[in-house]
Ligand binder design. Structure first.
Ligand SMILES: NC(=O)c1ccc[n+]([C@@H]2O[C@H](COP(=O)([O-])OP(=O)(O)OC[C@H]3O[C@@H](n4cnc5c(N)ncnc54)[C@H](OP(=O)(O)O)[C@@H]3O)[C@@H](O)[C@H]2O)c1
Length: 212
């Protein structure tokens, strides 16, 4: 099975690729700077491109049964805007090529109708909106684009501080105000859970929050 991933050069993205190669998938990694991927593998094809290069994006997803995004805003305005406009191109490519499975990292800055909102969550969102405005805006915008796509999307909303702790395969998944979440989420667990979604129909067209 061939999978394409955007954001493969990030801390979570690299773990997704490493774990996926161990599972035997053929992987296409779309990155803006190929030198950031420090490993090579016969089953890994690296495509270097920007998120505004629609034709290149289409080529990178052609033949893939699932597309993953580990793209994440960095808090730099111009770069964060590229993520939301780039997500529009990725969605365009998937819809045009009728690729259904689309698994995308997001955060709880983007609300879900299943969440039960509270002052605590409002304050948390407010702090991010004020402290990291471009990141907040990018997350809200690209999450809306994914939801509007024709794909079988799953948004995995990071609910906690990301860590480099080792893989335990033990994650809490649910909705704010309904379920309990830990303060941390290991990137290894996040990568594992993301890959678990490829063959799972459990969270299709859903956006659960996730923590360790
Ligand atoms: N750190 C936390 O505790 C925390 C908590 C909650 C949520 N989050 C969210 O989780 C996300 C993922 O975490 P992470 O640690 O894996 O992030 P990361 O290492 O910063 O990875 C972000 C990825 O997005 C790519 N990217 C960013 N802007 C881009 C652009 N304009 N064009 C193309 N690619 C772009 C980066 O590419 P390059 O490698 O080329 O830069 C990288 O591959 C974060 O971005 C953040 O929004 C983090």
């Amino acid at each position: 099975m061939q999978i394409t991933i955007f954001g493969a050069s990030g801390k979570t993205g690299r773990l997704v690729v490493q774990q996926a190669l161990r599972r035997g998938y053929q992987f296409v990694a779309y990155v803006r700077d190929a030198t950031k991927l420090s490993f090579t593998d016969a089953n890994l094809k690296v495509v270097q491109g920007q998120l505004d290069e629609l034709d290149k994006i289409k080529q990178a997803v052609t033949g893939s049964q699932a597309v993953l995004s580990a793209l994440g805003p960095t808090g730099k305005k111009e770069s964060d805007q590229q993520i939301s406009s780039g997500m529009a191109n990725i969605v365009n490519a998937l819809d045009a090529l009728e690729i259904k499975r689309f698994i995308v990292l997001s955060t709880t800055s983007s609300q879900d109708p299943h969440d039960i909102d509270s002052m605590k969550f409002k304050l948390r969102r407010g702090m991010i909106r004020i402290g990291r405005p471009s990141a907040y805006e990018a997350i809200v915008k690209y999450t809306a684009l994914v939801r509007q796509s024709k794909s079988d999307w799953t948004l995995l909303r990071i609910a906690s501080l990301l860590t480099n702790a080792s893989l335990t395969k033990n994650v809490q998944v649910g909705y704010l105000g309904r379920d309990k979440f830990k303060a941390k989420l290991s990137r290894a667990n996040l990568a594992w859970f993301m890959l678990e979604q490829i063959d799972s129909t459990e969270f299709i067209c859903q956006a659960p929050a996730i923590s360790d």
